[in-house]
Ligand binder design. Sequence first.
Ligand code: UDX
Length: 455
Amino acid sequence: MNITIIGTGYVGLVTGACLAELGNHVVCLDIDQFKIKLLNSGAIPIHEPGLEEVVARNRDAGRLHFSTDVVASVAHGELQFIAVGTPPNEDGSADLQYVLAAARNIGRHMVGFKVIVDKSTVPVGTADRVKACVQAELDARGERAAFSVVSNPEFLKEGAAVEDFMRPDRIVIGCDATPEGERARNLMRKLYSPFNRNHERTFWMDVRSAEFTKYAANAMLATRISFMNELANLADQVGADIEAVRYGIGSDPRIGHSFLYAGAGYGGSCFPKDVQALERTAREYDQELLILRAVEQVNHKQKLVLGLKIAKRFGHDLRGKHFAVWGLAFKPNTDDMREAPARVLIKQLLDDGASVAVYDPVAMKEARRVLALDLSAGDMARVRFAVSPMDALTDAEALVIVTEWKAFRSPDFERIKLALKQAIVFDGRNLFRPDLMAEAGFEYHGIGRSILTRV
Ligand code: UDX
């Protein structure tokens, strides 16, 4: 099938490359000439495992093209995916200007039937606004072409996006109950048929329910995390181990094991933004989502927990003290630092007068960029960008782990002990067993595990 993807960000690029991998002819359109040039030169603007190979393979096979030519790109696809950004407005609502601009471009240039697929995460009701924009452009030029707007939200995890796309656990598609909607449904069924051969993975529904499903999924996952984080903080007080509790409750199939890890808080481009946007939508209908408000507040507090544990141990005046920080990206296998807990921790330590040496396996460049935005020049001078995990430890009072990269999971503890001034570890992701850490001679501070780590 011929497909156009509007927006070559993380979602658009993964979607375009993977749809080409399935044998479709894909054109990825972006207004950013620099990005398109970069993609055409064989480079990938983001760190996403496996993506570079899929892009290269399909570009070489002539199935994947990158373009800034709006007219030719809109003409190409019978399916037009809108995969542009929906950044938060100041009030937490999603900014739809890029989505609606894409819709207007389609309306301005389309000829013949088109299916317009909303891939971007957009508030309930956006498909209707997209439809109105397209129709207005068609009317303005007296064009009578038919079209249908479909909602097909993505459930891609950064760091596993190619795998998530190629092996989906579900495909959610919302179509209108109209003749155009039926036509769109048939094309979408054909597009996703490779994933449904042995097992039907598509959930068909109306457009608004599909739009809602995306927010509901992310809000539910964020809720689980904040709930566990709140319990972990109580576990610290009452002397229980949150990891034991996690196993204990996760084995109930009604609860399940995933997304129950207490830690330094959730970050990234989706959870914080989507939770806020859903709350905002509710407010538009005079409803308050009390649970989600709490989820957000708990997460905000949780990003401060590591810093507070450090302050409890070393005091609030950290002048002259130096700390090593491992893990800067908001989670492993990505260089994304949007809403990353490490940013909050570093700011806290610097505000209390400390200096830090930071290390991340892939996010060092991004860290330099975002920390320069977060911090004053004076504070930035107290950040050293280490060249390896061990390099970061030199002269540090303690090691603080914020992201659970695989490379941090089985380090050489003897070398760590030798490099640090004191054998103290603050572990924001509960990577190690407190009893083994104690045996190895460490003072170990996890999240929600104080029964085993009391100093
Ligand atoms: C998320 C959704 O999982 C994905 O389906 C959606 O399309 C986009 O948003 P992503 O933001 O890439 O994906 O990361 P995810 O793996 O879900 O983790 C989000 C955050 O939650 C990370 O900061 C992670 O560290 C944190 N987390 C996750 C926890 O603190 N505890 C957990 O148990 C799981």
